[in-house]
Ligand binder design. Sequence first.
Ligand code: GLV
Ligand code: MN
Ligand code: MN
Length: 424
Amino acid sequence: MTQNLSINADRLYKSLDTLGAIGRYHDARLELYGVNRLALTAGDAEGRRHVVEKMRALGLTVTIDRIGNVYARRRGHDDTLRPVMIGSHIDSVPTAGRFDGCLGVLGGLEIVAALNDAGFTTRRPLVVAFFTDEEGCRFGTDMLGSAVATGRIALDAAYGLKDRDGFLVRDELAKIGFLGDANEHLTAPPHAYVECHIEQGPILRAKGVDIGVVEGVQAISWHEVTIVGKSAHAGTTPMNLRADAGVAAARINLKLREMIASGAYGAEMRATMGAITPSPGLVNIVPGRVVASVDLRNPDDAAMKRAEADIITFYGDVARDERVEVTWRQTARTPVVPFSKSVQARVAAAAARRGLSSAAIISGAGHDAQEMAHITTAGMVFVPGEYDGISHNPREFSTREQCANGVNVLFDVALSFADEGGAP
Ligand code: GLV
Ligand code: MN
Ligand code: MN
């Protein structure tokens, strides 16, 4: 019987639209609506309240933990067995579309709705979760909630993170009403964790493949680099007397390009200086200070380590050459995380059973599933995206069918784990 269950594609797509209307803004240049639900802002709070209401309307029991992660539980036939967890995030980057993270959470709730419609109770309980601040844009550390839940980041360290204006994670959680009291540690890990997500890249769409079988997530390394030179008059200060923090930042950015072009770190290395903030940031003043971010990605741990060592050496070279001071701190770092072979096999088999094509893929983006993989059997289902899979951009778009295919595969995989007996 469970093999025949499918989700309601229209209802799923409509729920993505409804959540996507929360935090909506108009991007005049793109002539598109985007989504801004930056973690722990009023927009995030409204999105959270909407999803929690939806969870309760589906008959789920909602728990909020001390880092603001939200878990919604559906009883199983054998309710003492550990649950199967389906999750992702609903916070967004400030210039988002409506699919990143939301597909996994609303997909999980659509699975619950389909089970309710069919009057079907799984053997193990099911939990649909959304985790706090997956994006890391505001407080500097990605996968924050899931990393706390799985023990990689201590609660106090997470509480102490500040945004650019000095607001603390703990205070902001309290302010939006999501500082829960449940233990933040998943001390009894779920039986399995599965997540459906848009690919956020061009590969599946270019290959014409319906489903990505995610093999794992590449390594991620983030630095916050602070460069201090000397602010001075742009018209009168001779070039040889300058300590220009802006030039130093530009040289680091170009060095990243050179490193990639060298091929020395593998063909898949990526590097981005996404945030560059000069001070005082005025037309006729040599910038005396720059705070910049460096984002490195690599599917090979050894190559990532070499790249990190080389860019850190270069920070010193630039400091000397440009007569500035360069300091840096690591704000996020995760190694390559492989996903469970068992989940991968089930995703491929479910796709085949449903007549969908599939291909193995490595995730370029970070995901909550990579944190869960440290404590349980975990894996992901990817769906293709249109417009070269563009993401972190209002143009992010997957069709109704692409989304439904991914969630139906997620459904099959979740049910297959939920049917398993054995130890709790
Ligand atoms: C999360 O979206 C990331 O930066 O990979
Ligand atoms: Mn995401
Ligand atoms: Mn994202």
